[in-house]
Design a protein around this ligand. Structure first.
Ligand code: HEM
Length: 460
């Protein structure tokens, strides 16, 4: 720790500098975030500053040494950055935004619901959700995946992961309830996209007509569903095995229970954080697999050898499938920056930060560090069979005391959904995506994903 460190811009002459032409830089970052980060690092070295509207300058690193320092920093020095652009989505009581003792307590409450042993109970549900989408037999799913059909991969992947999270968290298994949640969540997330997400100045009402008013109305509608579920479940004599059932029976260390308002924000967080991230990763996995026939062939052979009736747990243990999922998360970390604000002076890779400053790991840089990854721009799952990567080299789920609480669920889900799809259908990438550069990643609500949906054709 570096007590009395100078603030940004007042440091030694050879220290990294914050960019001055803020609007030009924000524009460049908005057009191609990854390329902008690479360019900043090429000019400034590592660590380097990036300036965000509303948040000020953030000191970034993309090296394993930097990631180690940030993820291993004393937890009492760290909190999430404020203001946080996703606060309207998840709420100020969300696990993502609370700090200190409150974070420790809430994490202790939530984390057991996501331990690997519990996640295994969702294997059938995950496989059935993928099968429902493929067969097109629910009102929320797209058309059946028959030869000649064109699939909107983003919509299909979202439908699968939303179905999983709704059933795992709320035990939603009736068509009516699922339809009500699906439309409320779609309306809520759509209302927050675009300018409202990027420009906090727009977050004000105007006689019920402004985008912010529409967003607040959509959030109220979703919260009304969640609160009604909480109220109903509190009166039930027996508790169900889903995550809400578990949270209703758990208490904080001092014996008190979580309030309905806070529980509502935690559940809204799980809905938002728990489906779009996983859905986007599935889209990227399908995209790369269908551009690399050898990789696809090897994976199909592994899945076929396991057999059509292989239990989800066995599918989740397939070595090459595991490598494919990891390689997808390496090339496309859907949460590409992980931030911490320091509450006292601290130094990252020798650069001093004052209390209130923010530091971050730029995950795409970490995942392409030349000293660690050979041919980092290539999709080559074999690299994960050849060697093990440490938590400061490969960090798609962040790290330290705030590492993604849903990582085990996401990992399990990715493997089972991919095996279910590839074991049953043959797809072909729409011709314009079959060659050339991968589509750019742009922010979508809480995660980043391909700018446009990537279409696939079902083939015989
Ligand atoms: C491929 C899918 C996913 C990716 C790439 C991902 C990535 C991340 C990352 C990078 C963080 C920040 C970690 C940090 O600050 O060090 C995070 C936090 C979080 N994620 Fe995920 N996530 C995924 C799926 C999920 C799922 C399925 C859930 C829940 C159902 C979930 C719930 C959360 C929550 C609640 C946090 C906040 C944890 C805390 O601050 O203590 N995520 N996730």
């Amino acid at each position: 720790m570096d007590v009395g460190a100078p603030r940004h811009g007042e440091s030694a002459p050879d220290a990294p500098r914050a960019p001055r032409l803020v609007v030009a830089h924000a524009l460049a970052a908005g057009i191609d975030f990854e390329r902008y980060f690479r360019w900043r690092r090429a000019h400034e070295g590592d660590p380097f500053f990036v300036r965000f509207p509303g948040l000020g300058s953030v000191l970034f690193t993309g090296t394993p040494e930097g990631a180690r320092e940030m993820f291993r920093a004393p937890t009492n020095l760290l909190e999430p950055p404020r203001p946080n652009p996703i606060e309207p989505l998840v709420g100020s009581a969300s696990l993502i935004l609370v700090a200190g003792e409150r974070h420790r307590q809430d994490r202790t409450l939530l984390a057991p619901a996501f331990h690997s042993a519990r996640i295994r109970a969702y294997g059938e549900l995950i496989r059935d959700s993928a099968l429902a989408e493929i067969s097109g037999d629910t009102a929320e799913s797209g058309p059946a995946w028959r030869p000649g059909t064109r699939i909107d991969s983003r919509a299909a992947a979202r439908a699968i992961t939303l179905r999983v999270i709704l059933e795992a968290v709320f035990g939603v298994d009736s068509h009516e309830q699922r339809a009500a949640y699906t439309s409320a969540i779609a309306e809520f997330l759509t209302a927050f996209s675009g300018p409202l997400m990027l420009l906090p100045v727009l977050r004000h009402g105007l006689f019920g007509q402004a985008p912010w008013d529409r967003f607040v109305a959509a959030r109220d509608r979703l919260d009304a569903l969640i609160l009604a579920d909480i109220a109903r479940r509190r009166t039930e004599a027996s508790r169900s095995a889903d995550i809400l059932g578990m949270l209703l029976t758990t208490c904080y260390d001092d014996g008190t229970a979580i309030s309905d308002a806070d529980l509502c924000e935690q559940l809204r967080t799980l809905l938002v954080a728990g489906h779009e991230t996983t859905a986007t990763t599935l889209v990227w996995a399908l995209f790369h697999l269908h551009r690399e026939p050898e990789v696809l062939g090897r994976l199909r052979a592994e899945i076929q050898a396991a057999g059509p009736g292989a239990p989800p747990l066995e599918l989740a243990g397939l070595a090459y499938l595991d490598a494919v999922c990891q390689e997808t998360l390496r090339l496309h970390p859907t949460v590409p920056i992980v931030l911490r604000r320091v509450t006292a002076p601290f130094s990252l890779l020798g650069v001093p930060l004052a209390a209130g400053d923010t530091m971050g790991v730029a995950v795409p840089l970490l995942h392409s560090e030349p000293g660690v990854w050979s041919e980092p721009e290539r999709f080559r799952p074999e690299r994960f069979l050849e060697r093990r990567y440490g938590p400061f080299e490969f960090a798609p789920f962040g790290g330290g005391h705030r590492r993604c609480v849903g990582a085990a669920l996401a990992d399990y889900e990715l493997r089972i959904v991919l095996a279910t799809i590839l074991g049953r259908v043959r797809l072909r990438l729409a011709p314009r995506y079959a060659r050339g550069r991968a589509p750019l990643s742009v922010p979508h609500n809480i995660a980043t994903g391909p700018r446009r949906s990537i279409p696939f054709d079902v083939v015989a």
